[in-house]
Design a protein around this ligand. Structure first.
Ligand code: PMP
Length: 351
């Protein structure tokens, strides 16, 4: 350890992302990527953008992308903030919006990025235990708080809260900011974007990484009333963060417009998820009800860590979290039909 480390650095509990090994020959079901290639229209847009325009700087404010997204919600570009992945959008929210008077509330089992950013920005975190069935218990979010952040569906459980519950949380205290991280909402959740016109205390964060299959491109965005979006813009400008590059802007805009690809792909993934959940249940797993592109499951007769290791030995990567209460579970991304079948076949051998 360096003697120059500050207390903040010393106390940081760094975010440990899922493994991203070279993937030849591996079935990669560990970081919730989409198993299918992006929309051909997005690929074509990237090709077009690699010609002459790559010589030029990108649009610093991603105007076309923001207008395109906004239009489908009946909103304006000023209601949309874009960033390099929703992780960057989240980072700006933590920097500029989530340090309020009072603690930031989030589930004790949730996206591991949140406590890391609380550590970095000196935000007091209050972790609210999940209910016995592993769902988010909105009644436990009463009491004084500076703000709340929740993924919906939650990660890594995959369990979604109904929109009515999100509305209740926002209504409970209109002076308390509620950030809803909807990374997985397109696989069966209900989006809080519909609440944005009525609530100035809701910020919805979305990504192109999962349902648009553009994880490698890094595009995320936030939807909110103008003052919240302006706050994020201010943070971004002060932080000197980079605009989305030309290829990312072109790809995301074309992907968003290709509704046929989007609908077909997400229904295919949801169908595979339901089949996978059924197959795992047959194999003796307890599978939480998922509204995401992954399932969270445990087997009474086998430890999570040893199952993950056995799968790895068969070239299948899944995610195991060595954390209290969930250490028996595996988080398994929904792959192609063939990948899911292979997983089930290997598990049948292992169990
Ligand atoms: N939120 C949640 C809940 C996630 O699981 C992820 C993906 N790991 C993200 C946000 C970030 O996704 P991205 O930065 O690729 O948009």
């Amino acid at each position: 350890m360096s003697r120059f480390w500050s207390k903040i650095v010393h106390d940081l509990d760094p975010y440990v992302p899922g493994e991203q090994p070279r993937i030849e020959g591996l079935i990669k079901l560990n970081t919730n990527e989409n198993p299918y290639p992006p929309s051909p229209k997005a690929l074509e847009a990237i090709r077009r953008a690699t010609d002459e325009p790559l010589r030029l700087y990108p649009d610093p404010v991603s105007a076309e992308l923001r207008e395109t997204i906004a239009a489908s919600f009946g909103l304006e570009a000023g209601n949309i903030f874009v960033g390099n992945g929703s992780d960057e959008v989240l980072a700006h929210a933590f920097m500029g919006l989530l340090k309020q008077d009072g603690p930031l509330l989030f589930p004790d089992i949730t996206y591991s990025f949140y406590p890391v950013y609380c550590g970095l920005y000196g935000i007091e975190a209050k972790k609210i235990p999940l209910a016995d069935d592993m769902s988010v218990d909105i009644d436990a979010y009463r009491g004084p708080a500076g703000a709340i952040i929740l993924p919906n569906p939650n990660a890594p459980t995959g369990i979604a809260l109904p929109l009515a519950d999100i509305r209740k949380l926002a209504e409970a205290d209109r002076d308390r900011l509620l950030v809803v991280d909807e990374a997985y909402v397109d696989f069966g959740g209900e989006s809080a974007a519909a609440l944005v016109p009525d609530f100035d205390n809701i910020l919805v964060i979305r990504t192109f990484s999962k349902s648009y299959s553009l994880a490698g491109s890094r595009v995320g965005f936030a939807i909110g009333q103008r003052p919240l979006i302006e706050a994020l813009e201010r943070v971004k400008d002060s932080f000197n963060s980079y605009p989305l590059d030309r290829l990312a802007q072109a790809a995301a805009t074309a992907a968003w417009k290709d509704r046929d690809w989007f609908e077909a792909t997400r229904s295919r993934i949801m169908m595979s998820r339901n089949r996978l959940a059924g197959d795992l249940t047959e194999l003796g797993f307890e599978v939480l009800p998922s509204a995401a592109n992954f399932v969270f499951a445990r087997h009474a007769g086998h430890e999570g860590a040893s199952l993950a290791a056995a799968l790895r030995a068969e070239a299948i990567l899944v995610r195991h979290f060595n954390k209290p209460r969930i250490s028996d579970y595996l988080r398994i991304t929904v792959g192609t039909e063939a990948e899911c079948s292979r997983l089930v076949e290997v598990l049948r051998k292992i169990l």
